[in-house]
Each structure stands twice: as structure tokens, then as C-alpha cells.
Write a protein that binds this ligand. Structure first.
Ligand code: ADP
Ligand code: MG
Length: 206
């Protein structure tokens, strides 16, 4: 990838350039990642910062062109399919970029985020760290490694044992049975086909 030119916003004569940082919020479905993004968004707005929010176009569960939580909070967002669209659609002089459902983006989300950080933008991403099989999910493990700001790992309430220890997203078939391992990696849904579960109660049929 072409080396990013450092923008005027990022440089002052005789001084080293300023960089943004990367915060990463992870956890299974229903763990409150989108709520956490919206909490931070409100704080950034109170601080008078210019914030832009992106979501993956696949996530149309509660709204399009919005990020939304399972508790029905919503915030305006730009829906994109490819990571490079973030660079095309970003408005000038943004201080903060928030990206929800980051696990749905292809691997080029990493150089795109690096470019934003080089432009002195604070990037906050949220996504599922494990897929329905319990395996690390797409670029999220790399993003966790690259984070130089905050790393937040959230848990949900396990729907079986009712403890606040759920780290996995249980995919269920229409008949309520656990989905088999060979099911496709991506299936958009919420309470209709997913539950939050702890390690003990997370089942993948082999
Ligand atoms: P995520 O973005 O991680 O999927 P959200 O922020 O959209 O999570 O939603 C979190 C909300 O989901 C909680 O505040 C709660 O109202 C609801 N919820 C539904 N099921 C659960 C569960 N099993 N554990 C925790 N919260 C749940
Ligand atoms: Mg969410």
C-alpha cells in the first residue's frame, strides 16, 4: 500500500507529527459493544470533537445507515461494504472515527485504520472477537494486537446458566438446536438465531 502523506493537520514546523490511537471493544453478541460505542460517542460530542461513525452494510438488523444496540439505542452512521470506502467517505478534519461490526470487514480494514491513525484520528472499533464456532473472528485478533489505546473485552449474560460470563455467540437453527460447524461463517441475525453463552454452555455440532 502507498505510504500515506502526512496531512497539514498532523504536522507543525519543527515538531514530530501527532498520531491518533486505536481502541478496540470486543465480546460476544449482546455483550454491549454497540452500547459502549454510543456511550463514548456521546462523550466525544460533549467534548466538541468531530466524530464520524461507520457500520458494515451487512448489518441491517435494526436500521440502515445507523448503528443500533439490541436495547434499541440508535445513532446515525455511514454504511460501507469495503474498508477503502471509509477513506473515500470520511469528511475533512475528523477527530474521531468509530467503526461497528468490524469483524465483517475484509483484511484491508487494517491498513485503512493505520491510515486514519497517521492522520491523527482517534479510531474506536467494536466487533465480535469469536465467531459462532468459538474461533478468532477475521481481523479482530490482529486489531487487538495493534491496539495502542484501550482494549475492552465485554461479557454478556449466559442464557443457560444466567451468569455474567458469556464470551461466546451461540448460533441456533430454526428448530432451536445448535448450528453445525460447517454452517457458513456469516449469518446476520439477533435473538432469532443467536444467544450469548459461556464456554461451558457453548455448543458447536461437529
Ligand atoms: P452487542 O453490540 O455486543 O451485540 P448491544 O450493545 O447491541 O450488544 O446490546 C446490549 C444489550 O443487549 C444489553 O444492554 C441488553 O439490553 C441486551 N441483551 C439481550 N440479551 C442479553 C444477554 N444475554 N446478556 C446481556 N445483555 C443482553
Ligand atoms: Mg452491536
Amino acid at each position: 500500500m502507498k505510504k500515506e502523506k502526512i496531512s497539514a493537520k498532523n504536522t507543525q514546523p519543527g515538531r514530530l507529527p501527532n498520531f491518533g490511537v486505536l481502541d478496540v471493544i470486543v465480546g460476544p453478541m449482546f455483550s454491549g459493544k454497540s452500547e459502549e460505542l454510543m456511550k463514548r460517542l456521546r462523550r466525544f460530542k460533549i467534548a466538541g470533537l468531530k466524530v464520524m461513525v461507520f457500520n458494515h452494510a451487512l448489518d441491517k438488523r435494526y436500521a440502515t445507515n445507523k448503528i443500533a444496540s439490541h436495547s434499541k439505542q440508535k445513532w446515525q452512521a455511514v454504511s460501507v461494504q469495503k474498508p477503502e470506502e471509509i477513506l473515500k467517505k470520511i469528511k475533512k478534519n475528523m477527530d474521531v472515527v468509530i467503526i461497528d461490526e468490524v469483524q465483517f470487514f475484509s483484511k484491508t480494514i487494517i491498513p485503512v485504520i493505520n491510515q486514519l491513525i497517521t492522520k491523527n484520528i482517534h479510531v474506536v472499533v467494536a466487533g465480535a472477537d469469536t465467531d459462532f464456532r468459538g474461533d478468532p473472528f477475521s481481523s479482530v485478533p490482529n486489531l487487538l494486537a495493534l491496539a495502542d489505546g484501550e482494549v475492552v473485552k465485554l461479557k454478556a449474560v449466559c442464557t443457560v446458566c444466567k451468569k455474567w460470563n458469556a464470551t461466546r455467540s451461540q448460533r441456533l437453527l430454526a428448530n432451536g438446536q445448535p448450528a453445525p460447524r460447517q454452517d457458513s461463517l456469516i449469518k446476520i441475525g439477533a435473538g432469532d438465531c443467536y444467544q450469548a453463552r459461556c464456554r461451558k454452555h457453548h455448543i458447536v455440532i461437529s
